[in-house]
Design a binder for this molecule. Structure first.
Ligand code: HEC
Length: 108
C-alpha cells in the first residue's frame, strides 16, 4: 500500500471518529475505566456520576474533573503519565489510561 493511500485511510478513520486524535475523548472503554477507577482510584476520589467535592487529601471527584473544560484527553493523559506528588505513582498502561479518560469523559 502506498503512503498516500495509507494517509487517506488514516484521515478517513480520524474523520469518522469525529475529529483529530488529540482532541478525541473516547479512545478507550468507559466501562473498563469505571472498573479500574473502582479498584485503584476510589480510595481517594469520588468516582461516581454526580458526586462532587474533594476528599480529605484534596482529591477532586471525577465528576468535578469531568466538568473542567481544561480536562481534555490530552491533559488527562499527561497528568496520568506523570509522577505525581500526592498521588501514588501508578504504573498504568496506555490502554488503562485511555479507559480511565473515556470513563471520566462519559460523566460529561
Ligand atoms: C492516594 C490517593 C489518590 C489515589 C489512589 C488517586 N488519586 Fe488522583 N488525586 C489525588 C489528589 C490528592 C489529587 C489532587 C491534588 C493534586 O492534583 O495533586 C488528585 C488529582 C487527580 C486528578 C486531577 C488533576 C487535575 O487536573 O487537577 C485526576 C484526573 C486524578 N487525580 C485521577 C486519578 C486516577 C485516574 C486515579 C486512579 C488510577 C487516581 N487519581 C488515584 C489523590 C489520589
Amino acid at each position: 500500500m502506498s503512503m498516500t493511500r495509507l494517509g487517506g485511510l488514516l484521515l478517513a478513520a480520524v474523520v469518522a471518529a469525529g475529529g483529530p486524535a488529540y482532541a478525541q475523548d473516547s479512545l478507550g472503554s468507559a466501562s473498563m475505566g469505571e472498573e479500574l477507577a473502582q479498584s485503584v482510584c476510589a480510595d481517594c476520589h469520588a468516582i461516581e456520576r454526580g458526586e462532587r467535592g474533594t476528599d480529605l487529601t484534596g482529591a477532586p471527584s471525577f465528576q468535578d474533573v469531568a466538568d473542567l473544560s481544561s480536562a481534555t484527553a490530552l491533559s488527562l493523559r499527561v497528568f496520568l503519565r506523570s509522577p505525581h506528588l500526592t498521588m501514588p505513582n501508578f504504573a498504568l498502561s496506555n490502554d488503562q489510561i485511555d479507559d480511565l479518560i473515556a470513563y471520566i469523559h462519559s460523566l460529561r
